[in-house]
Structures are given as C-alpha cells and as structure tokens.
Design a protein. Structure first.
Length: 202
C-alpha cells in the first residue's frame, strides 16, 4: 500500500495539475472548446507543459543542485518558498501567452483561480506545511464544479472521478506520513475555494 501511495503521489504531483486541467478543458463537451481549432488546443497544452511543468522542474532541480533546497521532494516547509515563488512567476508567464489566443473566458478564470491558490498556499506555507498535492487536485475539482454550474452540460461522471481521485491522493499522502489530516483538508480547501470564488467574476 505504501508503494502504491508513493506512485500515486508522483503521478499526480501538483506541477502536473495545470496540464491535466488543460487536457480536460480542451475535451469538455461544450461548443466553446469544441469549436477551437486543433492548433490552438495544442498550443494550450504546450504552454502548460512548458511553463507550469518543465520550467519549474528545471529550476527546482537547479535550486537543489546549488544547495538552496535540501530535497526536490520539498518535504520541509522551509524548502517550499522559492519553488512556490518560481511556480507563481511561471503561471503568470503561462497566462500571458495563453491570453493572446482568445480562449473561452472560463478557462482564463481557471488559470486565475490556480494563481490565487498558489498565492494562498505560499502565504500559509510561511507558518504551516499544507498538502500541495491536495491544493492541485482541489483546484481541478473546483474548476470542474465551476464548469458544471456555468455550462449546461452533464459533468457528473467527471466530477465523481475527480473527487474519488482527490480522496485517493489525500489517503496516499497520509499513508506515506507526508501530512496530517488537517494539512490534507487545508490543502484541498486552498485549491478548491479560490476556483469557486471565481463565480463572483462570472
């Protein structure tokens, strides 16, 4: 069970969530995304892969190489500040490049929700180590709840799958003793509620 939990933690690590989110959005059964040209969809995926995954990973590895963090796993709260700031910066770059191609507004709101979730996580991390894995999956769950509210589409199967996955990831983080239950719940909340807060902007 512990091996499976470690695998689950690596497969669904926080840096992958924006890319997973982009993949889900471009395949949603709504005209706003179905009418997007294929090159634009590919552009979305490439931007997310480059700016929210590849570039942060490279810089985190460099931080480790030069001794600025003690582990690439970021198990210590003190190790998380710089990687979080780097991730926030690249989320801004990602938004800049994606804003040029005129995507559906709700996707930009998803990006803004993720940005605010990162800011909130960075602030909380100054005092407490919450689960960034849960922040990532929480944001994804919140964004699809938002889609289900705004668009007249049936997303129940997708939502059920994501919430079950969130439960599995949270359980995995507990099994490997990476977090306490409170840290898992706080992490999910830090990702989920900024997405729902975006409803005020819709």
């Amino acid at each position: 069970m512990r091996i499976f939990s470690n695998v689950l933690s690596w497969v669904f690590q926080p840096l992958l969530m924006p890319l997973f989110g982009a993949f889900i959005f471009v395949n949603l059964p709504v005209y706003a995304f179905r009418l997007l040209p294929e090159p634009i969809k590919h552009y979305m995926l490439v931007c997310n892969a480059l700016f929210t995954l590849l570039m942060p990973v490279i810089l985190i590895l460099l931080l480790y190489r030069f001794g600025l963090i003690s582990s690439v796993r970021l198990d210590k709260r003190e190790d998380r500040r710089l990687p979080l700031l780097i991730t926030i910066a690249f989320h801004g770059v990602n938004f800049y490049f994606l804003y040029k191609v005129h995507l559906p507004v709700l996707y930009y709101l998803f990006l803004l929700g993720a940005f605010f979730a990162l800011l909130l996580t960075t602030f909380i991390t100054r005092f407490w180590k919450i689960s960034m894995h849960m922040t990532g999956i929480g944001g994804l769950c919140g964004s699809i709840v938002l889609c289900a509210i705004v668009w007249p589409v049936d997303l129940r199967i997708l939502l059920a799958t994501l919430f079950i996955l969130a439960g599995a990831i949270g359980s995995a983080r507990l099994i490997v003793n990476a977090h306490t239950p409170a840290q898992v719940v706080a992490g999910f909340s830090a990702g989920f509620f900024p997405q729902l807060g975006i409803l005020l902007m819709v």
